[in-house]
Design a protein around this ligand. Structure first.
Ligand code: ADP
Length: 185
């Protein structure tokens, strides 16, 4: 089974939840750029201060910064036997940087899908529950726009490696769909 997995999907598709479950089941590290960046913001590091405004607006942090963070993370020992990337690459430039890196190219790409009404509803619900700084209606719309403009082209970039998964339904059912696709890949 593939051990270098990439998760793609719009904000609200459930990527973070599913990525954590799949990584745990496969005993590979879950590398989430969104989580790493939010952690830097909450700790108030130099990096955190630099990216906070961009994240709150729903825009992408610069490629150089994100590529450096991911390179560093994937060079750690626990990533030698595989990893699950969640939220990276987010555009073609980042995907090309990943291909250039010491790390091998991606094995399997999981594209988690949901229609945009469902996405907005889920994100607004999460906003009410968790209060994430970038979960307000204006920023949500911006993140969806950025996803469509920057990230959707990766579906073509990765071509046959992409497995489309329906992200609507119970968490465990979506998990099973992803596992089945990974076993078959
Ligand atoms: P979501 O998919 O729910 O929008 P993430 O947790 O993946 O959220 O990312 C949150 C924010 O972190 C993004 O809106 C962006 O500002 C920043 N970010 C995360 N990953 C990247 C990346 N690979 N490149 C640029 N910015 C990123």
């Amino acid at each position: 089974m593939a051990r270098r997995i990439l998760f793609l999907g719009p904000p609200g598709a459930g990527k973070g939840t599913q990525a954590a479950m799949i990584a745990k089941a496969l005993h590979i590290p879950h590398v989430s750029t969104g989580e790493m960046l939010r952690d830097a913001v909450s700790r108030g590091t130099d990096l955190g201060r630099e990216v906070e405004g961009v994240m709150t607006a729903g825009d992408l942090v610069s490629d150089d910064l994100v590529v450096a963070i991911v390179d560093e993370r994937l060079s750690q020992d626990d990533a030698k036997c595989g990893y699950l990337l969640d939220g990276f690459p987010r555009n073609v430039a980042q995907a090309e940087a990943l291909n250039d890196a010491v790390i091998n190219a991606i094995g399997t790409v999981v594209l988690l899908e949901a229609d945009s009404d469902e996405l907005v509803n889920r994100l607004l619900k999460r906003a009410a529950q968790e209060g994430r700084a970038d979960d307000n209606e204006e920023t949500i719309r911006r993140r969806l726009e950025v996803y469509n403009a920057e990230t959707v082209p990766l579906v073509e970039f990765y071509g046959d490696a992409v497995h489309r998964i329906d992200g609507i339904g119970e968490i465990d059912d979506v998990f099973s769909r992803i596992m089945l696709a990974l076993v078959a890949s």
